[in-house]
Ligand binder design. Structure first.
Ligand code: DC
Length: 222
C-alpha cells in the first residue's frame, strides 16, 4: 500500500512522513532527497544541464541507493559515497528546482520510485506523488503552512548542516522555489483533487501526524 504526502517546500512533509510510517509500520520514501542527490551528482560532475544527452549519459552511471532502515535518518548514497548531509546545503537547495524540472531526470526518478514501493508498504512524500507517480493511491494528503512558519522550519535544516543562514532569505527562497516547482511544465507541484488538505501552520508536529493517522484508521472501519 502507498500513502502519498505532497506539498510545498518546508511544510514538514519529511518529518511527518517518517513519523507516520513509523506509527503504521511502513517504510518511507523521501523523493525530494532523490532529486537533491541527482542535483548534487550532476553539479559535482560539471554536467552541461542543457544537454539531455549528457544528462542521460550521467544518469546511466548513477548508482543511487536509499537506506530506509532508520526512521530518524534516511541515508542517501551516490556510487557508495554517503551524501546525506551534502544534499541539504543551500547550494543544492538553490539548484534542485531547475534540475528536477528536467524530463530525463524525472523519468529516471519516477522509475526508481515505482520500483522501490513494489517491495512493501510505503509513505511516499514529494510534489507529484498523489497526482502523477501514484495517482491510484487510496490515501493522499497535501500539507500546507504559512511562509513564516515554513522559513523557521527550514532554518533548522541549515543549522543541522552548520550553514550560515538568514531567515528572510530562506523565506524568499521558499517563495521562489514554490513558484518554480508549481509552474514547471512536467509534473508541477499541485494538489490532487482527492487529497485531504492539512494546514500545519498552527499544529504541533504530533497533531499533524495524528490528523493523518486518524483519517487512515477511520477509513478502515468504513
Ligand atoms: O522536499 P525537498 O525540499 O527536499 O525537495 C527538493 C526539490 O525536489 C523540490 O524543490 C522540487 C523537487 N521535487 C520534485 O520535483 N518532485 C518530487 N516528487 C519531490 C521533490
Amino acid at each position: 500500500m502507498v500513502i502519498t504526502i505532497d506539498g510545498p517546500a518546508g511544510v514538514g512533509k519529511t518529518t511527518t512522513a517518517k513519523k507516520l510510517a513509523e506509527k503504521l509500520g511502513f517504510q518511507y520514501l523521501d523523493t525530494g532527497a532523490m532529486y537533491r542527490a541527482v542535483t548534487y551528482f550532476l553539479l559535482n560532475n560539471s554536467v552541461n544541464i542543457s544537454s539531455e544527452k549528457d544528462i542521460e549519459k550521467m544518469l546511466d552511471i548513477l548508482n543511487l541507493e536509499l537506506d530506509f532502515s532508520s526512521y530518524d535518518n534516511i541515508k542517501v548514497y551516490i556510487n557508495d559515497e554517503n551524501v546525506s548531509s551534502l544534499i541539504r546545503t543551500q547550494e543544492i537547495t538553490e539548484k534542485v528546482s531547475e534540475i528536477s524540472a528536467l524530463a530525463a531526470v524525472r523519468k529516471r526518478m519516477v522509475r526508481i520510485q515505482k520500483d522501490t514501493v513494489k517491495n512493501g508498504n510505503f509513505v511516499v512524500e514529494g510534489r507529484d506523488i498523489g497526482t502523477v507517480v501514484f495517482p491510484e493511491a487510496k490515501h493522499k494528503f497535501y500539507l500546507t503552512a504559512d511562509y513564516d512558519v515554513r522559513a523557521e522550519r527550514r532554518l533548522n535544516d541549515f543549522i543541522s548542516v552548520n550553514e550560515e543562514f538568514n531567515v528572510n532569505k530562506i523565506k524568499q527562497d521558499l517563495i521562489d522555489r514554490d513558484k518554480y516547482d508549481s509552474s514547471r511544465k512536467l509534473s508541477p507541484l499541485s494538489q490532487a483533487l482527492d487529497a485531504i488538505v492539512i494546514d500545519t501552520s498552527n499544529c504541533t508536529f504530533d497533531d499533524q501526524v495524528n490528523q493523518i493517522y486518524k483519517h487512515i484508521e477511520r477509513s478502515k472501519i468504513k
